[in-house]
Design a protein around this ligand. Structure first.
Ligand code: TPP
Ligand code: SF4
Length: 278
């Protein structure tokens, strides 16, 4: 007699690598890593079915701390690598990790065009309003009056508005999360992965070393008082008039993801490799 034994559900732990993160004690990115692995377990994925792609920065260390395929690329270029990977391997779940310096400054152009192309990716930006890894320079999301040794009196520059820019450029899913809410953030990442097309999740993730005042974010965040909309103009108006601390899925659209045309001229990876044979 045979008895069917149900497989045990996969756990978040199964996605964690043996490398010990070297972030500063208290950095928000520890909790984001935990939300990544919880989201993968919620989605019932397997490490070999997921690729985590990043650029450079403290936040971009995440791939090494998971057991998934990882690509720790060059500064600001994670979306270019991830788009190519997803088009070549549509079977993989591709999640991209970035920071506000990596993703909105040097990587700003890639951000716009990734939204426009709508390749089926999930783009997670850990926003701490500072360049953490390079010791505290102002980033595109730094407040204009943030006074520091490197920007005495503040930069005086208006901040970049990533969520509204993502909407205007065509992202299909736009959400804001807070690292301290690991389960809520895992749920948002899971929703982002499930939504076809380019999904953008901005996670407020404090840099306790260069912006210790961000420890207060845990008292400032709140669930968004509105439900998700599929109207990009309405979402943009809401986001432009909130104070930046409303958490939740703020926009979910219906755009068809980009699919490369499959025709006679399409080459297989083996054909391309043959072209490089010496
Ligand atoms: C082409 C290039 N320019 C500059 C740098 C230096 N650099 C490394 S990380 C970084 C900023 C990272 O800031 P952010 O993306 O906000 O990440 P965080 O460290 O705060 O997580 C910079 C400017 C680099 N590695 N490569
Ligand atoms: S410098 Fe900031 S962002 Fe980098 S690990 Fe330390 S607390 Fe985290």
């Amino acid at each position: 007699m045979t008895s069917a034994v149900a497989a045990a559900p996969i756990t978040a732990q199964a996605f964690k690598s043996d490398y010990k993160p070297i972030w500063c004690p208290g950095c928000g990115d520890y909790a984001v890593l935990s939300s990544f692995t919880k989201a993968f377990a919620l989605l019932d994925l397997r490490p070999e079915n997921v690729a985590v792609v990043s650029g450079i920065g403290c936040s971009s260390r995440i791939p090494a701390y998971t057991k998934c395929y990882g690509f720790h690329g060059v500064h600001g270029r994670s979306l270019a690598a991830a788009s190519g990977l997803k088009l070549a391997r549509p079977d993989l779940t591709v999640v991209v990790a970035s920071g506000d310096g990596d993703g909105y400054s040097i990587g700003g152009n890639h951000f716009l065009h990734a939204c426009r192309r709508n390749v089926d990716l999930t783009y997670v930006v850990m926003d701490n309003h500072v360049y953490g890894m390079t010791k505290g320079q102002p980033s595109p999301t730094t407040e204009p009056d943030w006074d520091s040794k490197l920007s005495p009196g503040g930069t005086g520059l208006r901040t970049f508005h990533p969520l509204v820019i993502a909407l205007a450029a065509g992202a299909n899913f736009v959400a804001r999360a807070f690292s301290g809410d690991t389960n809520g953030t895992a749920d948002i990442i899971a929703q982002a992965v499930r939504t076809p097309g380019f999904s953008f999740v901005e996670i407020l993730s404090p840099c306790v070393t260069f912006r210790p005042e961000q420890r207060e974010w845990k008292r400032m965040v709140r669930p968004a008082p509105v439900t998700t909309t599929d109207d990009a103009a309405r979402a943009a108006r809401r986001i432009m008039t909130d104070d930046g601390f409303n958490i939740g899925v703020l926009y979910k659209g219906e755009r068809k993801p980009y699919q490369p045309s499959i025709g006679k001229g399409r080459k297989q990876v083996s054909d391309l490799e043959a072209g490089f044979t010496l």
